[in-house]
Ligand binder design. Sequence first.
Ligand SMILES: Nc1ncnc2c1ncn2[C@@H]1O[C@H](COP(=O)(O)OP(=O)(O)OP(=O)(O)O)[C@@H](O)[C@H]1O
Ligand SMILES: [Mg+2]
Length: 267
Amino acid sequence: MTAIELATSNGTLMDDHGADAALAIRSMTVSYGQKPAVFSVDMTVPRGSMTAIIGPNGAGKSTLLKAALGVIKPLAGSATVFGQPVENARARIAYVPQRASVDWDFPTRVLDVVLMGLYRELGLLGRLRGTHKTRAMECLERVDMQDFAKRQIGQLSGGQQQRVFLARALAQNADLYFLDEPFSGVDAATEKAIINVLQGLRADGKTVVAVHHDLSTVPDYFDRVFLINTTRVAEGTVEEAFTPQTLQEAYGGRLAMGQLGQTALGT
Ligand SMILES: Nc1ncnc2c1ncn2[C@@H]1O[C@H](COP(=O)(O)OP(=O)(O)OP(=O)(O)O)[C@@H](O)[C@H]1O
Ligand SMILES: [Mg+2]
């Protein structure tokens, strides 16, 4: 039996440990070709927590998020959101994709991008009302982008676009927020604005899962970590799972020991 067949056969096994969790991924394997990008991964995200997904480039972080969302079909395994199959819980999830993956070829106003966050609630035939626009504007204000509402999204800088995508996720009023590298390529002020919004969500009892590359800010920003390098390396509170050993295991030789010491030991 090949490794993939083994994962497939195990993927049907379910446990009920994740029923209370915001997100429970079980035995998930995702493959784009011969070699799995994510292999037999379990992940449990408690409600109301803020989790960093950490691992080197190509480790399967974006793939894991997309498979958890049901955007790509896993080869094996499953994901439940608040105890429900993900298909039944879509309205409770907001997703901000990795920035490089979004390409705005057609002209769209910033306000319309945020209103897209409301389409699920509106349904196909729902009428957009003044209250929806007010809500979208409030979300733009939360990320300090209200002055750009009428601008074309393609004309904004990368950091400004990132704030707008966060506003769109806020408009969804979800319970679980997935963000794929929300701080990538943004300046210090935007990073601060984004982390304030995310910590505000957590204070409201929402659950946040973000792919994160800057190891030095992990202990300040997050309460839990999930380390991945195709397979799960470690998972738990920052204290438990964010250690020189787990980082070494996830990054191998790619991370200088000095960097490991500074980040994980807090020196
Ligand atoms: N659409 C695709 N088709 C084929 N292979 C893919 C596809 N998307 C990702 N991969 C491959 O799957 C593996 C995992 O990719 P993924 O994007 O999940 O990594 P990542 O951890 O998010 O990396 P990064 O830190 O660079 O964003 C990589 O080897 C990548 O080349
Ligand atoms: Mg990625």
